[in-house]
Design a protein around this ligand. Structure first.
Ligand SMILES: *[C@@H]1O[C@H](CO)[C@@H](O)[C@H](O)[C@H]1NC(C)=O
Ligand SMILES: *[C@@H]1O[C@H](CO)[C@@H](O)[C@H](O)[C@H]1NC(C)=O
Ligand SMILES: *[C@@H]1O[C@H](CO)[C@@H](O)[C@H](O)[C@H]1NC(C)=O
Length: 505
């Protein structure tokens, strides 16, 4: 999960909503209503209730649950005072306008996972549901969203339909009324939109637009959504030049932006100034220029993994303004040497799966807060790591250099180190003083190296008081030629004996 919620307020209900949606997508029997609602349902009373639709459960609070009965039609006898109506996981294709319009008290309408088409949805009726707060229409076959939705809506879920078009007034109402709109959560993911709909209301906090076919972001489609905090645009067809430099202008609350799995060829210009989390992995980015991050002072987490970035194309000053950056991921790029200019306050730096063959002097200098450094699956040799490299890393707890070409254990490791991953290298010996500088170490992983049986002593580890895991499997059996020879000699001797016996017989 990339989604990290900054404040508690959206967490409570947004999480509740999105988890229920995910459940519905999995065809599970999800229930939109408060968990304790079942306790309110008195089965005897229900069966006696004159106006509860067949198979459904109704309670005096106006909660009607008809979910998961393979209903083919909208039930005709839903009590008029129903406030929460659940019809998810059925096979409803069509809703007659008069049936829905009658339910003027509706606050929640859950129709997710049915077979509704745009033709079967009486769009003119939604306007009349003046109490509707929550509308769930995910997993249907809609090709267009209703032309108008009540401005009382707080949450609208249209995910996993086949929407190609959103009418300008669907969510926006008339421009001068837009501020009445209370919509805070809008899910348009997994549709077939080629553009971000215009006229989205300013109160939206979380906007799901992932898994569409969006190619560009115009100048004015987002800027009026002043309350936007989470913008999810991953798995689209965005190119950097398709994003207008002013597209995020003035979005002061926008802190989480997902742009992964697009076609970005460079960092888009005009990133939101207050962005804290930028997920831009799995694109085609090949360079990081001096001013790409010149205005994003608040960034804390930057994931640039699985792009095409080379070491020489990272400007040495590109990260200079990122004083708050805690986590940087450049794994899966084309780096051939440790780049210069990492932000000094990083806590976590990931550089896995590159072609890094050297750590030059000063590339890690001053990084006294770094706790985790991941360098696995590169081409590092002991001789190509500048010998003072670890010196400034006084907070380092995890060092992962697995899957490189090390022939010995790196020396002068920082005293703070707790976990050292060195598996899948070519290490041949473990000197008795190898861990002298790391008295706090808890885990040493040396699996699949070339350490000979007699090239490691128990006393090396005995003095490490905090050691919990020592993984040194997969070494001796390959590297102990003596043992192999003994074995074959034994076999030969046995065979000889057998032959002798045969001869005797
Ligand atoms: C989506 O709708 C378009 C028409 O707008 C149609 O051509 C296409 O087949 C639909 N796709 C699916 C998967 O229903
Ligand atoms: C997306 O919509 C276009 C028409 O606008 C249609 O041709 C295409 O089949 C749709 N794609 C999917 C996956 O439904
Ligand atoms: C960046 O994204 C990759 C791919 O999903 C993920 O494995 C990695 O943990 C992310 N990095 C960080 C620092 O969260």
């Amino acid at each position: 999960m990339y989604l990290k919620f900054g404040s508690l307020f959206p967490v409570l209900w947004l999480l509740a909503l999105s988890s229920s949606r995910i459940q519905a997508r999995k065809n599970a029997d999800s229930n939109e209503f408060p968990e304790d609602s079942s306790e309110l349902i008195d089965p005897e009373r229900n069966s006696l209730a004159p106006d509860c639709p067949k198979k459904c459960t109704c309670n005096p609070e106006g909660i009607v649950d008809c979910g998961g009965f393979s209903l083919k039609e909208f039930p005709i006898d839903v009590p008029e005072l129903t406030s929460h109506l659940s019809l998810q996981n059925n096979q409803i294709e069509e809703i007659f306008p008069e049936e829905l319009a009658r339910l003027y008290r509706l606050e929640t309408l859950n129709l997710q996972n049915n077979r509704l088409t745009s033709k079967g949805l009486p769009e003119e009726v939604f306007d009349q549901l003046e109490n509707l707060n929550y509308l769930y229409l995910a997993n249907n076959q809609l090709t267009a969203a209703p032309k108008c939705l009540p401005r009382t809506l707080i949450s609208a879920d249209f995910a996993a339909n086949n929407l190609t078009k959103i009418y300008e007034l669907t969510f926006g109402q008339k421009p001068n009324l837009r501020k009445l709109s209370s919509l805070e959560y809008l899910d348009l993911s997994s549709n077939n939109l080629s553009q971000i709909p215009s006229g989205l209301p300013r109160n939206i906090v979380l906007l799901h637009l992932e898994k569409n076919a969006i190619k560009s972001i115009g100048r004015d489609v987002l800027t009026q959504i002043k309350n936007l905090e989470y913008l999810l645009l991953h798995n689209n067809k965005l190119k950097a030049r398709g994003i207008h430099p002013q597209a995020f202008h003035g979005l002061k609350k926008l802190h989480t932006v997902h742009l992964y799995n697009n076609q970005l060829e460079k960092i888009p210009s005009g990133l939101p100034r207050r962005v804290k989390t930028l997920m831009i992995l799995h694109n085609q980015i090949s360079e990081i220029n001096r001013n790409d991050f010149a205005t994003t002072y608040f960034m804390e987490e930057l994931n640039l993994s699985y792009n095409k970035i080379t070491s020489s194309q990272i400007h040495r000053e590109a990260f200079r303004k990122l004083r708050l950056l805690k986590s940087l991921d450049l794994s899966g790029n084309n780096l051939n040497t440790m780049p210069y200019g990492f932000p000094k306050n990083l806590l976590s730096l990931k550089l896995k799966v590159n072609d890094i063959s050297s750590i030059p002097r000063r590339t890690l200098s001053g990084m006294s807060k770094l706790q985790e450094l991941y360098l696995s699956n590169n081409k590092l040799k002991v001789g190509s790591i500048y010998s003072g490299s670890w010196q400034d890393l006084t907070s380092l707890k995890i060092l992962d250099i697995a899957g490189n070409q090390l022939t010995s254990i790196p020396s002068d490791l920082p005293e703070s180190l707790e976990y050292l991953y060195l598996q899948n290298n070519k290490i041949t010996t473990v000197p008795e003083n190898a861990f002298e500088s790391t008295p706090n170490i808890k885990g040493i992983y040396l699996r699949f190296n070339k350490i000979a049986f007699n090239a490691v002593k128990e006393s090396t580890f005995q003095r490490l008081k905090h050691l919990q895991v020592l993984d040194i499997e997969g070494n001796f059996e390959f590297s102990d030629p003596l043992k192999n020879r003994d074995h074959s000699e034994e076999e030969m001797e046995e065979e000889e004996e057998e032959e002798e016996q045969e001869v005797e017989e």
